[in-house]
Design a protein around this ligand. Structure first.
Ligand code: ZN
Length: 482
């Protein structure tokens, strides 16, 4: 049997080992007074190498020391006996679980109610403000329409929970967290757009649209052909000159379309198939859309952002034997960094040690460093601890789909179950438009067989190698497309 080396970085893994040595048997899951489901999962941990039983049945002990099974309960009282043995000594724990009839379903929590304001309330955006499409929510928040610049006056017409309902134009609305705003002395109005210019700044092509005041906007990307669209709300087209100066680096052409009486759509068609990101921000009252040129596609010329999820006081998910997701994420991230540095890439980290920067601090680190591409590494949790769950990758913007697919294809070469490729994902570090980005959810911390893999440094090294191969596949695809 291959023994598991401890993760040098993972204090928690060392702690888990020590705990197991002192107390050869810990019940991790299943010791409950009353349950309502006959299929009851029991998970326990012991010293790696020990033998274990649950209710007299031999149970496989993973190399981490975790083991578990599903016990089928009878109505009423059930006794569950768990043992762990090193051949000389046997530790035994017995507990009772009562299987009761299902209690009446709880009433779902009341949704916050919408209140329409009698008078519109004018507000101004703060730094890091974002709009969301609806008032819905999940654990990652409502689906984001996108970040917008500061000092934009908005018209709030109502509120629901901690969100303002924002009237973007006569027929369009969105929602914004109140925390993204402060009161405004201004009101909103329909304005005429001024002159446009399109120029090559060296690393970007800049589309600049002059406006008499800062208006809200939203942007998105489309494929086939690769196009960036920006809608400006409250704008009426009075731009009769769209002048291109000099040779552009990536934009094929731009066009403008008045899609509603007070909504102007800017269409930026790229010459290249793959987008390397763009930003939309105000310079004074001019809306500047900077579209990044395709960089040199050799890793030695690229700056790669690496984000290890969680950290510091935020451990992320925890495994049965006490391994913290933050440590696994960091270990894999540092291995990816080593491999990329060997290929000459410059690395920018959101964290290199056990610290827990906020999401906006992470985004700022990457924006300030002007990274070319971001890989964020997490591990998942949920589902049954007794089965493999699988590996998955995530993107938000459709232009990042190929990157996420390249990563997933390579991870699947490690003979992992496919948990899927997920788009429009609402993870904070999938939302930047400034650089291509992908989230890896390598495996599930909560799955005992996957915990065993994640605890193995050789496996983590293989994951890092596959991530780098996935990135290289992506760069090759871009090269082929030019
Ligand atoms: Zn996580």
């Amino acid at each position: 049997m291959k023994t598991i080396k401890t993760i040098a970085l993972a204090a928690t893994l060392a702690t888990a080992g020590t705990l197991a040595a002192k107390t050869p048997l810990n019940i991790y899951r299943g010791e409950q007074d009353t349950v309502y489901k006959a299929q009851h999962i029991v998970v326990a941990t012991t010293t790696p190498g020990n033998k274990a039983t649950i209710n007299g049945q031999d149970i496989h002990v993973y190399k981490t020391g975790a083991f578990g099974t599903q016990v089928n309960l009878a109505k009423g009282n059930n006794t569950i006996t768990v043992t762990a043995s090193n051949g000389k000594k046997t530790a035994k724990k017995t507990f009772k679980v009562f299987l009761a009839d299902k209690p009446a379903a709880k009433q779902p929590a009341a949704e916050p109610e919408y209140t329409q304001f009698d008078q519109p309330l004018y507000i101004t955006t703060r730094d890091d403000a974002y709009l969301q499409y609806g008032d819905g929510s999940d654990r990652l928040g409502g689906s984001k329409m996108g970040y917008i610049d500061s000092d934009i006056t908005l018209k709030a017409v109502g509120q629901v929970g901690k969100l303002y309902k924002i009237e973007l134009s006569d027929n369009r609305w969105a929602y914004m967290p109140m925390s993204c705003t402060r009161p405004s002395d201004n009101t909103t109005k329909h304005v005429n757009t001024g002159s446009w210019s399109i120029s090559n700044t060296g690393h970007t092509d800049r589309v600049s649209i002059s406006l008499p005041c800062r208006l809200p906007y939203r942007s998105w990307t489309q494929l086939d052909p690769t196009t960036i669209c920006v809608e400006i709300f409250g704008a009426m087209n009075n731009s009769n000159w769209i002048t291109t100066r000099g040779q552009l680096g990536i934009i094929d052409y731009i066009d403008c379309q008045q899609t509603d009486s007070d909504v102007l759509k800017v269409v930026i068609k790229l010459r290249d198939k793959y987008s390397w990101g763009y930003s939309v921000k105000y310079i004074g009252n001019s809306l500047a859309i900077d579209v990044k040129h395709t960089p040199s596609l050799d890793l030695k010329d690229l700056t790669i952002g690496l984000d290890a999820g969680h950290g510091g006081e935020f451990p992320g998910a925890k495994s049965a034997t006490g391994i913290a997701e933050k440590d696994v994420n960091l270990d894999i991230t540092l291995r990816i960094a080593d491999l990329l540095r060997q290929r000459g890439a410059k690395i920018v980290f959101s964290r290199e040690g056990d610290t827990g920067p906020t999401m906006s601090e992470r985004r700022k680190t990457f924006a300030d460093a002007n990274i070319d591409l971001l890989i964020s590494t997490h591990n998942n949790s949920g589902g049954s601890p007794l089965t493999t769950m699988g590996t998955s990758t995530y993107y938000k913007h459709v232009t990042d789909r190929t990157l996420a697919q390249c990563m997933l294809n390579r991870l699947l070469e490690l003979d992992l179950k496919n948990f899927g490729l997920t788009g429009n994902f609402n993870f904070s570090l999938n939302s930047p438009t400034e650089y291509p980005n992908v989230l890896l959810e390598v495996l599930f911390m909560s799955s005992l067989p996957e915990e065993e893999k994640l605890a193995d440094p050789e496996f983590r090294q293989q994951v890092a190698e596959k991530a780098v191969l996935g990135l290289e596949d992506y760069l090759n695809k871009v090269k082929e497309s030019l």
